[in-house]
Every structure is written in C-alpha cells, then in structure tokens.
Design a protein around this ligand. Structure first.
Ligand code: T46
Length: 137
C-alpha cells in the first residue's frame, strides 16, 4: 500500500473564490481529534525541513498556497509527493520519517496535529528511527 494517503476537503467555492472549512467533530474529514494547528511559511530559498519522525503524533498537512514536496519514509519504502492542492491534506501517520523540500516562495503549509507539541515525541536521527521500526515489527 502506498504511504501517500490523502484526506479530501470540500471546497465551498462560488464566483467570489474558494473556501474550505475544517470542521471539528461532526462529519470531520480528519481521522483524529485535532489538538494543535501550526503553519509553515516564508521558507528561505533552498531550505529543506523536517528530517524526523514522531512516536505518537499523527498529522494532516495541507498546502494552502504555492507548493512543496513531501517525502515520507516508513523505514522500508520511501515516497515523494508534490503538495500543491489546497483541498487535499496528506495524512502523516506516527512512526513515519518526513522531509519537506522544494518550497516555492509563496508556500504555506498548514498542519493539523493529533497532539500538543512535545519534543520528546520526536525521533530526529534516521538510524534511531530505523532501529525503532525494526523493534516494532
Ligand atoms: C512536522 C513537520 C511537518 C513549537 O514550539 N511548537 C510546535 O507546535 C512546532 C511544530 C514547533 N515548535 C518549535 C520547535 C522548533 O524550535 O518550532 C521550531 C521549528 O520546529 P521544527 O524544526 O520541528 O520544524 P519542521 O518544519 O522541521 O517540522 C515541523 C513539525 O515540528 C513536525 O512535527 O511533522 O513540521
């Protein structure tokens, strides 16, 4: 199965433009309770971000402006996907290495997170991630 799983949001657009509502609770598209929202913008030219996995955290990332490329790696398979559709969120499961590359100047990436910020949930060494995955399976 592909590591790339999308969550689609309905656009409530009309002749004035587009609008997407991220509803919490009833009929919400995101497959977890959202405890935190953050966004990444004005990424400096040529910079890549991420390079970590999370033990518990699940996230949905939506590129609401511009574009970037997300790499997901579960320790066995590595996949790369272009993020440039404001109505599609990329599900990033726990124990998934992620990297973000090729940010356009106008890229805004909004991220919905299942947990509050917790630095101890991060695995920032790729070898440590591989070891953890090996012990989990
Ligand atoms: C992820 C990718 C997609 C906070 O204090 N609170 C927060 O909620 C977040 C997300 C970050 N921070 C602090 C921690 C660092 O001092 O902000 C600084 C930058 O965070 P970081 O270097 O982890 O940023 P990215 O872009 O490498 O990764 C972020 C998320 O941290 C991560 O969970 O999956 O975006």
């Amino acid at each position: 199965m592909s590591l790339i799983q999308w969550v689609d949001f309905q656009s409530l657009g009309d002749h004035r433009g587009q609008l997407v509502a991220l509803e919490i609770g009833y009929e919400q598209a995101v497959p977890f309770d959202i405890k935190r929202v953050y966004y990444i913008y004005h990424t400096a030219p040529g910079v890549s971000r991420g390079f970590h996995a999370h033990k518990k955290l699940k996230q949905v990332a939506i590129c609401i402006s511009g574009s970037c490329r997300m790499v997901l790696d579960d320790g066995k398979v590595r996949e790369s996907v272009e993020m440039n559709v404001p109505t599609r969120g990329l599900l990033i499961d726990s124990l998934m290495w992620r990297e973000m590359h090729d940010f356009s100047d106008d890229c805004v990436l909004i991220v919905l997170a299942s947990e509050h910020y917790d630095e101890s949930d991060y695995i920032r060494e790729y070898n440590a991630f591989r070891e953890l995955i090996k012990n989990e399976t």
